[in-house]
Design a protein around this ligand. Sequence first.
Ligand code: AMP
Length: 194
Amino acid sequence: MTNIILLGPPGAGKGTQASRLVEAHGMVQLSTGDMLREAKSSGTEMGNRVADVMARGELVTDEIVIGLIEEKLTGANGGGFIFDGFPRTLAQADALGVLLEKTGKTLDAVIELRVDDAVLVDRIVGRAEQALAAGEPVRADDNAESLKQRLMEYYKKTSPLIGYYYAKGDLKSVDGLGAIDEVAGEISDVLKNL
Ligand code: AMP
């Protein structure tokens, strides 16, 4: 069983690659973004509380997302957990370490998807345009203003995790700019060599 974190800015392809890993290796994707959107659409009290923060592209509180992850860690883990979009702050990273230890689990790798900013903006705008053309709902935070905020949050609060996991010896970086299959291939190679 392999537990990994997918780390990277919004639009880096974390969700896409997580889905591939679920298909290929029977891993279980834990996306705090998906959990929060679900809470929002089912109208729970917490969902209502976080909706505006998410729409603005800001981070919700550590307490909320740590609680969401804690609930899932005792559930089915198949071929291992993929943490997608979590942790996003150093406090979340510390909390994950504690939770894994408490549940007798290990973190096997942190896979950083490296991409450049211009590509991110194009990808996210493209994602919104595709959804529109297909008549699908566009994410409330896939607009220029929120995107700027999401990138800012990433650089201020999440990018320090790259150094944090590098220092722990857990960091593996892959080039996130290639085609989906190429990136998936690189991630598979990382997993094989663990
Ligand atoms: P995502 O789907 O991962 O892009 O997340 C969408 C939004 O949910 C983010 O912009 C944040 O508002 C919120 N969110 C998701 N994961 C976290 C997290 N680990 N910490 C704080 N906020 C989060």
